[in-house]
Design a protein around this ligand. Structure first.
Ligand code: TYM
Length: 337
C-alpha cells in the first residue's frame, strides 16, 4: 500500500484562511483538488502562517481556519485519500523557509507583483513577512517533493520563483528537490471582480465584488445582477474590450462546460438579464451541495479535530524525511554524531 502511494506523483496546494473563500478560489483551485485525488498523492494545506502577513483578529482567524477546513471537506475532498492539514501544525515549513531564504535574492522578491499590490494595500504594515511570503510558499511546495501545484493564474509568478529556488539549491547540492509544475484550469484561471473586472476577484476586497463559496442563492443572484458589464448587450468573449461580460462567460463556461461559442449563441441579443441569471444558476448549483455539506461538517468539531490531527501526523512524516536530507546536504549538525 505504502509503496503504491509513493509511486503516485505528488500534488501540493494551499489556501489562506482569511475572510471568506471566494468563487475565484473555488474555480481557480479548490475544484481541481477533488479532480486530482484519485490519480495523485495530494496534500492540501490551510496556510495559516501566510495569513499573518496581514494583521488578523485572532478570534476571527481561528474561526476562518476551521471554516476553511470545513469547506475543503464539504467540497468533497476525502481526508483518507488526501492529506488535509494546517501549515502551522508542521514546523518544518518554518525551518525550510529559513534555509530557502538563504537561496533567494532580494531582487527576485522585489519583482513579485503580489508584494507590490499588497504593500500598496497595506502601506502602514509592509512587514518582512509580506516580502518573504513567496519563500514560505516555496518551502510549502518543496517540503513534500511536490510534482504539481494546482493554483490560479495569480500564483504563477510565485510558483516560478519556487522552481528557481529548487533549481538553484539542486545546482549546489545535487538533486535534492523536485522542480514542481503548475496546474491551471483551462477556463477560469483568473476570475475577476464583479465590480471592477480588470482586477482579480479577491476575498480582501469589498463584499459586492466577490461571491463567497458560502453565499446563499439570493445573495448570489443579487450580486450577479449587479455585476458590471457594459451597454452593448452583446454576449461575446472579448476580455480586452468587454472584461465584465467575458468574466461572466468564463464563470459560466467553467461551471457548465459550455463553450464560449455556445454561450454566445444561446444568450446574445436577449439583453444581459437572462445571461446573468444563467450564470447565477450555474454558480448556485455548483455551490449548493458544498453549502449543505458545510453545515453538517462544521457542526462536527470532533470530526474536524480528527482530520486535523491525522493530517498533521501524515504531513509531518513526509516533512521530517525531507528535512533530514536537507539538513545533511547543508551541513547542519545532527543531534546524534
Ligand atoms: P490564496 O489563498 O489567495 O488563493 C487560494 C487559491 O485560489 C486561487 N485564486 C484564484 N483563482 C482564480 N481566480 C481568482 N480570482 C482567484 N483568487 C485566488 C489562487 O491562485 C490559489 O491557488 N499564496 C497562495 C497560498 C499558498 C500556496 C502555497 C498555494 C501558500 N503556499 C503553496 C500553492 C502552493 C495564496 O495566497 O492563495
Amino acid at each position: 500500500m505504502e509503496a503504491n502511494i509513493q509511486q503516485k506523483k505528488r500534488i501540493f496546494s494551499g489556501i489562506q484562511p482569511t475572510g471568506q473563500l471566494t468563487l475565484g478560489n473555488y474555480i481557480g483551485a479548490l475544484r481541481n483538488f477533488k479532480l486530482l485525488e484519485d490519480e495523485y498523492d495530494c496534500l492540501y494545506s490551510i496556510v495559516d502562517m501566510h495569513a499573518l502577513t496581514v494583521r488578523q483578529n485572532p478570534a476571527e482567524l481561528r474561526k476562518a481556519c476551521l471554516r476553511t477546513m470545513a469547506i475543503f471537506l464539504a467540497s468533497g475532498l476525502d481526508p483518507q485519500k488526501n492529506i488535509i492539514y494546517f501549515q502551522s501544525h508542521v514546523h518544518e515549513h518554518a525551518e525550510l523557509n529559513w534555509y530557502l531564504s538563504c537561496f533567494t535574492y532580494m531582487g527576485e522578491l522585489q519583482r513579485m507583483t503580489q508584494f507590490k499590490d499588497k504593500s500598496a494595500k497595506h502601506a502602514d504594515n509592509i512587514n518582512a513577512g509580506l516580502f518573504t511570503y513567496p519563500v514560505l510558499m516555496a518551502a510549502d511546495i518543496l517540503l513534500y517533493m511536490s510534482d504539481m501545484v494546482p493554483i490560479g493564474a495569480d500564483q504563477k509568478q510565485h510558483l516560478e520563483l519556487a522552481r528557481n529556488i529548487a533549481q538553484r539549491f539542486n545546482g549546489v547540492y545535487g538533486d535534492v528537490f523536485v522542480v514542481p509544475e503548475g496546474y491551471f484550469p483551462k477556463v477560469g484561471a483568473r476570475v475577476m471582480s464583479l465590480q471592477d473586472p480588470t482586477r482579480k476577484m479577491s476575498k480582501s476586497d469589498p463584499e459586492e465584488t466577490y461571491i463567497a463559496i458560502l453565499d446563499k442563492p439570493d445573495v448570489i443572484r443579487r450580486k450577479m445582477r449587479r455585476a458590471k458589464t457594459d451597454s452593448e448587450n452583446c454576449v461575446e468573449f472579448d476580455p480586452e474590450n468587454r472584461p465584465g461580460v467575458s468574466n461572466l462567460m468564463s464563470i459560466l463556461s467553467a461551471l457548465s462546460g459550455m463553450s464560449m461559442e455556445e454561450i454566445s449563441e444561446t444568450y446574445s441579443g436577449k439583453g444581459y438579464g437572462p445571461f446573468k441569471d444563467a450564470v447565477a444558476d450555474s454558480v448556485i448549483s455548483a455551490l449548493e451541495p458544498i453549502q449543505n455539506e458545510y453545515e453538517r461538517i462544521s457542526a462536527d468539531k470532533a470530526y474536524l479535530e480528527s482530520v486535523m490531527q491525522d493530517g498533521a501526523d501524515r504531513a509531518s512524516r513526509i516533512a521530517h524525511k525531507t528535512m533530514l536530507k536537507v539538513r545533511k546536504k547543508l551541513g547542519i549538525a545532527p543531534l546524534k554524531l
